[in-house]
Design a protein around this ligand. Structure first.
Ligand code: KIV
Ligand code: ZN
Length: 506
């Protein structure tokens, strides 16, 4: 059975979402999870854009296997050389070059003629071909381009060595029947199209990215470019989880083999939401909090009698068996190790021992521990990076008529620093202000702060999310603890640590 290649661009187009800054270690953790899900290609970044992006692409290339790794470049020699330098050590590296092809972009942005664009594209593909034959060419704003010019451009780049031609709906303007027809026309009008794979890359400005991508697949596209949770420029890209689950659930219609591991979807989605700070709307298809919830009595009754009356997908297919009670106070190392194996978490001996201690700490406070609790604890340390500050101790005094007072003790590169201060509008503000004082970072602007309960019940773990603007960039922090003030402090410190790593990488 034929299949469609899943090209994930969460780490490149996704990172172009307004306000998102990922440090290389976060990108690596996401890339590893994408590889676990068995996507075919990971676009890890745009190496010429910054040293941080270059380092992230290099880190992913050197540490993630079983997947192609792509690096983006404009049709310029310097971009292509830098992209190759970053991606060359990947198991299967790909160079992805792009140039705009629509009249609007040619006139106003590039100030180039069609022939100039075509020559530039051919030169770029030939330059990339010195390094690898795994070359993808994108005609930016293809959906608003003249079809005859597009066909001429694709014919020329395929002749020069491009193995994948990508047709982006860059501004999310197309509608499904029209976009499907465009794929058909490209196939008909490009004489050497059989020597290349056809890819599509749809943006979601009109909410049609997934529908357009599926229409393209029906008309001959064999690669789709997607991002986790649909993040990306403006309204984002086609959502990975929606495309994969549409192909999986309607295999009877599409007749395509699904080579991805769908059970990794929930974990991947959460990892990306936590790292980027872009949270999911409750009714988001597949991964929203309500995606598998039933409110109406008639529906609940139907599902109890037979799940398929109102559910077209089983939550387990995307890796959700959240509320299952798995471990408790009497569970030992062995049971915890079994759990980690089952859910594919790899911890070295030292990390396992410290995790076991935290698990026991939780078990002392909470009688029954569910999958979601353990995964939330594990998510506290999803990626390893140089942490300048670590939270050692925290206490807050607050109450009606009292000035909130926070005492915070941090470890800074091995040394203890501490401060107690009466300040702030409330206990959490008092903690943040004391941390600002201790770290000397007074100009942090808190953009969002949210506390969620990981499971139901009054002994639930509290999960804190922070997005903070530091030096004009947004950094996120996340932590799950039994005490929400501790979770808030740890999340705030994570945002500061990520800023410091980002500055070191810049
Ligand atoms: O939206 C777009 O056109 C892109 C290209 C670089 C593929 O992101
Ligand atoms: Zn894009």
């Amino acid at each position: 059975m034929a299949s469609v290649k899943i090209f994930d661009t969460t780490l490149r187009d996704g990172e172009q979402s307004p306000g998102v800054t990922l440090i290389p270690e976060e990108k690596l953790a996401i890339a590893k999870q994408l590889a676990k899900m068995k996507v075919n290609v990971i676009e890890a970044g745009f190496p010429i854009s910054s040293d941080g992006d270059f380092n992230a692409v290099k880190m992913v290339s050197e540490n993630v296997s079983g997947v192609e790794v792509a690096a983006l470049a404009r049709c310029r020699k310097g971009d292509i050389d830098r992209a190759w330098e970053a991606v060359r050590d990947a198991e299967n590296p790909r160079i992805h070059v792009f140039i705009a092809s629509s009249p609007i972009h040619l006139e106003y942005k590039l100030q180039m003629t069609e022939d100039e664009v075509l020559n530039n594209a051919v030169e770029a593909v030939k330059h990339a071909a010195q390094y690898t034959d795994n070359i993808e060419f994108s005609a930016e704003d293809a959906s608003r381009s003249d079809i005859d010019f597009l066909a001429r451009l694709f014919e020329a780049v395929i002749e020069a060595g491009a193995k994948v031609i990508n047709i982006p709906d860059t501004v999310g303007y197309s509608v499904p029947s029209e976009f499907g027809q465009m794929i058909k026309d490209v196939k008909e009008k490009t004489p050497n199209i059989d020597q290349a794979e056809i890819s599509v890359h749809c943006h979601n400005d009109l909410g049609l990215a997934v529908a357009n991508s599926l229409a393209a697949i029906e008309n001959g596209a064999t690669q789709v470019e997607v991002s986790v949770n649909g993040i990306g420029e403006r309204a984002g890209n086609a959502a990975l989880e929606e495309i994969v689950m549409a192909l999986y659930t309607r295999q009877d219609y599409y007749n395509l083999d699904i080579t991805q591991d769908t059970t990794q979807i929930a974990r991947l989605s959460k990892l990306v939401a936590n790292s980027t700070g872009i949270s999911l709307q409750a009714n988001k298809a597949i991964v929203g909090a309500n995606a598998f919830a039933h409110e109406a009595g008639i529906h609940q009754d139907g599902v109890i009698k037979e799940r398929t009356t109102y559910e077209i997908m089983d939550a387990k297919t995307i890796g959700l068996d959240h509320n299952k009670l798995v471990l408790g106070k009497h569970s030992g190392r062995h049971a915890l190790k079994d759990f980690l194996d089952k859910y594919d978490y790899e911890l070295d001996e030292e990390s396992f021992e410290s995790f076991f201690k935290r698990f026991k700490g939780l078990a002392d406070k909470k009688k029954n521990i569910s999958n979601a609790d353990i995964i939330a604890l594990l998510d506290n340390e999803l990626y390893d990076y140089e942490k300048i500050y670590e939270l050692e101790y925290i206490s807050v005094l607050t109450g009606k008529g009292l000035l909130p007072t926070a005492t915070v003790r941090l470890k800074k590169e091995g040394e203890i620093i501490q401060s107690a201060a009466c300040n702030g509008d409330g206990p959490v503000d008092a903690i943040f202000q004391t941390i600002n004082e201790l770290t000397g970072m007074e100009d942090i602007k808190l953009m969002s702060y949210k506390i969620d309960a990981v499971t139901e019940g009054k002994d639930a773990l509290g999960e804190a999310f922070i997005a903070a603007e530091i030096d004009g960039k947004i950094f996120t922090g996340h932590s799950s603890q039994t005490d929400i003030t501790e979770a808030s402090a740890a999340a705030y410190i994570e945002a500061i640590n990520k800023y410091l790593v980002y500055m070191n990488n810049k």
